[in-house]
Ligand binder design. Structure first.
Ligand SMILES: [Zn+2]
Length: 268
């Protein structure tokens, strides 16, 4: 997972989202706001809605590869996901900064899972609501789940390039951040089923692209042609794999050799 590059929505789209958010915020009690957040988002967020067509177009521009999910970077993103669940935070249901483009397995698996840090004890407090219980405002506190719209999350993960291709908390990060990263990995099941295998394939593909770049560069390809290769690599799926290949190259002999031949690639 990486920090998502920002994208500015057209003014009329932002204004419409804001107007819809104000409608929710004006409702008299929390339960009514949650109910309206769910029903109105459900009726307005489809592809037939002009505002959400533009929201989806902007989110697509922000995805890696061919519209890959912003969480797992693997499957196609086709669901507008609320980082802060609308079931607990109706005040962010039509908030642009609360949106990501996610795949079904990530969005459906995460669902309403969210937690805050208890300010007094530092403990992770999962937000809960029993089935049928009336919606009450959640406990206050800083979020545990990482926010790729606002945080440099790529600095918090460690990808095991030498063996399992599991995504883990970076052992060099402060403990509190490692706990937040582990919580995010668990909620999204970022090492589920085929994801480690997909990362290994992405690794092979990035390595092959880098080898081909070096070959073509040494054969005298034009700067424009080489730039096309670089641009294509930078837009590929699984950008976290490439980030980790650059960061950890000294520990992987085949990568170390390639980056020694093309140190410029460390800046891509
Ligand atoms: Zn996903």
């Amino acid at each position: 997972m990486r920090r998502i590059p920002d994208h500015v929505l057209p003014d009329e789209v932002l204004a419409q989202l804001l107007a819809w958010q104000h409608e929710i915020d004006a409702l008299p009690d929390f339960a009514a706001r949650v109910d309206a957040a769910k029903t109105r988002f459900s009726s307005r967020s489809g592809r037939s809605n002009k505002t959400f067509r533009q929201v989806r177009a902007a989110l697509k521009e922000m995805c890696a590869g061919a519209r890959r999910c912003m969480y797992c970077e693997d499957s196609v993103a086709d669901e507008v996901e609320h980082i802060k669940p609308k079931n607990f935070y109706p005040e962010a249901v039509f908030t642009w900064e609360n949106y990501l483009y996610a795949c079904g397995p990530c969005n459906g698996g995460k669902s309403d899972q969210y937690a805050v840090i208890d300010a007094a004890t530092g403990a992770i407090m999962p937000l809960m609501r029993a089935t049928g219980a009336p919606p009450l405002p959640p406990q206050a506190g800083e979020p545990v789940f990482l926010n790729p719209r606002t945080e440099a999350v790529e600095q918090l993960f460690f990808l095991d390039l030498l063996d399992t291709f599991f995504l883990l908390p970076d052992p060099g990060a402060p403990l509190a951040l490692q706990q937040r990263t582990q919580y995010t990995i668990d909620v999204l099941k970022l090492n589920r089923e085929s994801l480690p295998e997909a990362r290994q394939e992405a690794y092979d593909s990035y390595r092959d692209r880098l080898e081909a770049y070096i070959r073509r560069r040494d054969l005298g390809d034009s700067a424009a042609k080489l730039q096309k290769r670089i641009d294509s690599l930078k837009k590929a799926a699984h950008p976290t794999v490439w980030h980790e290949m650059k960061r950890l190259h000294a520990q992987v002999p085949e990568l170390n050799a390639l980056f020694q031949e093309a140190p410029e690639a460390l800046g891509w």
